[in-house]
Write a new protein. Structure first.
Length: 319
């Protein structure tokens, strides 16, 4: 059976800068370009390169950006599962600092930020046994629709990658998602920020408002996250590798040495590879080891996606 990849495809305007501007300062970019991106699109690309069956479920609107996205999806062989002519797709900008690390995102919500439950209800879910959901589509007005829909498909394996907007997701929507026991995928900062924000300090005690002592390290954070999902928690740590937790002990999978060109797409490609590995019958650790290789390959090239030939070549270089 297939994986349904739910999220967005968007226009990514990439700019390379030496450093982020300070208040009142302008900086000039040394390179710029336009690509199709988005967490779901990037994750689906990795699944395709790993030959893992998946469908990309991203809204395509009406307008110049939507036309560019539709053309690219059709070129890549993706079916358009959601077409809505009420508005255009988003124009999204990313600045890449010297050293290849993404330092600034700028986005304006388009049709992909307005998910409707009727769109999702129209899908034939009998062909899918797993669902990936990107966080950006959950933190805006479509979050409730996605949360309600996921609750109706708790028999599927849910993979949830909230991303850097994790603390902006409505608490009720987050509880809906946690209730279907997703495999949670996030980076170290996201894990620490969310577990600390979930327990605001109470002046009357040394812990949070519920008496919980906020996470001081990644082990505390993953234990808290696992207590809320009851399923595998995966946290990427950059060059320090990846940790995962299933209720027993914290396991570490080392990173793969690489030369960083830019980090855009690394997280989405990592979770895409985890899904691909698990769908091929690999164990948890083997799937994460594969994902670390894929992420190392992705950050070694410009842009968030690779064609199959480039992907295979880069994977051979990152054993």
């Amino acid at each position: 059976m297939k994986t349904l990849v739910v999220g967005a495809a968007m226009i990514d305007m990439l700019m390379k800068i030496e450093a982020l501007p300070k208040s009142g300062e302008d900086v000039l970019c040394s390179e710029s370009g336009i690509v199709i991106g988005g967490c779901a699109y990037n994750a689906a690309n990795t699944l395709r390169n790993l030959e893992s069956a998946a469908d990309l479920c991203v809204p395509v609107g009406k307008g110049p950006y939507a036309d560019m996205i539709r053309s690219e999806l059709e070129r890549c062989g993706y079916d358009i599962l959601i077409q809505d002519d009420s508005q255009d797709n988003v124009n999204h900008g990313s600045a890449v600092r010297g050293g290849g690390y993404k330092g600034l995102d700028r986005g304006v919500d388009g049709v992909e930020g307005a998910f409707q439950k009727k769109w999702l209800d129209s899908l034939d879910m009998d062909q899918y046994d797993s669902i990936y959901v990107a966080g950006y589509q959950v933190c805006n007005q479509g979050g409730q629709a996605i949360g309600e829909w996921l609750c109706e498909h708790g028999d599927k394996q849910i993979f949830f990658a909230p991303g850097p907007v994790i603390c902006s997701i409505d608490a009720a929507v987050m509880e809906q998602i946690f209730s279907v026991h997703p495999i949670l995928h996030l980076n170290e900062k996201e894990a620490m920020d969310f577990t600390r924000a979930s327990h605001q300090p109470d002046p009357g005690n040394s812990g949070g408002a519920d008496g919980y002592v906020p996470a001081e390290d990644i082990l505390d954070a993953v234990r808290e996250l696992y207590s809320r999902t009851g399923n595998l928690v995966i946290v990427t740590l950059g060059e320090k590798g990846t940790v995962y937790y299933e209720g027993d002990e914290l396991h570490t999978v080392p990173s793969v040495k690489t030369t960083v060109v830019d980090t855009i797409g690394a997280g989405a490609s990592h979770i895409g590879a985890v899904i691909g590995g698990l769908k091929k019958g690999l164990g948890r650790e083997e799937s994460i080891r594969l994902a670390n290789r894929v992420a190392a390959a992705v950050v070694s090239v410009q842009g968030p996606v690779m064609d199959k030939e480039t992907f295979e070549k880069r994977m051979e270089e990152h054993l």
